[in-house]
Design a protein around this ligand. Structure first.
Ligand code: AR6
Length: 170
């Protein structure tokens, strides 16, 4: 059977998938990192739609159109800011992955690409975040056979290696 969880190095905005996931903030009004790149590539209509949503709690996800991206949908999720690990960060990060996938299923997306949520501006340690990412996605895929592919798109070889190592530990 074809592997449905893919780990690759790349730039998220060029992924040819039904939905890409944005590592957003609570306002959903844009920022730096992946969020900035997505807004720049999708165009100003994305910000206009985001303004109508009214924000998003940490660990939750909201869907918009993809506008100028090749992806039909953008799933905006807000990962936790790292505060040392004692403030429920792992549960919130797992929730970001699960809620994003639930929203993808709800709109009918079959292929989804994720960035490594919270590991940039939000400072979540990359090895720990990789373990949460692969565990959450693999668990979800086991009960959602309708999803054909989930890609974890890493911005560096180092990040991809961490995800592969985490996957091999499951
Ligand atoms: N494609 C794939 N991965 C990327 C790309 C890209 N184009 N650009 C960066 N990364 P971050 P966060 C990686 O900071 O930590 C924003 O200001 C990057 O190397 O984008 O969840 C939001 O508005 C890192 O590993 O997201 C929020 O305020 C990962 O994507 C805040 O940052 C996530 O880094 C969210 O912080």
């Amino acid at each position: 059977m074809k592997e449905r969880l893919i780990i690759k190095v790349g730039d998220l905005i060029y992924e040819k998938v039904d939905a890409i996931v944005n590592a957003a903030n609570n306002s959903l009004l844009g920022g730096g990192g992946v969020d900035g790149a997505i807004h720049l590539a999708a165009g100003p209509e994305l910000l206009a739609e985001c303004r109508t949503i009214g924000g998003c709690p940490t660990g939750e996800a909201r869907v918009t159109g993809g506008y100028r991206l090749s992806a039909r949908w953008i799933i905006h999720t807000v990962g936790p800011v790292w505060h040392g690990g004692g403030e429920g960060e792992a549960i919130l990060l797992a929730s970001s992955y699960r809620r994003s996938l639930e929203e993808a299923v709800r709109v009918g997306a079959l292929t989804i690409a994720f960035p490594s949520i919270s590991t940039g501006v939000y400072s979540y340690p990359k090895p720990e975040a990789a373990l949460v990412a692969v565990t959450s996605v693999k668990y979800f895929l086991n009960s959602h056979l309708e999803l054909s592919e989930v890609r974890l798109v890493c911005f560096s070889e180092e990040s991809a290696t961490l995800h592969c190592q985490a996957l091999s530990r499951l």
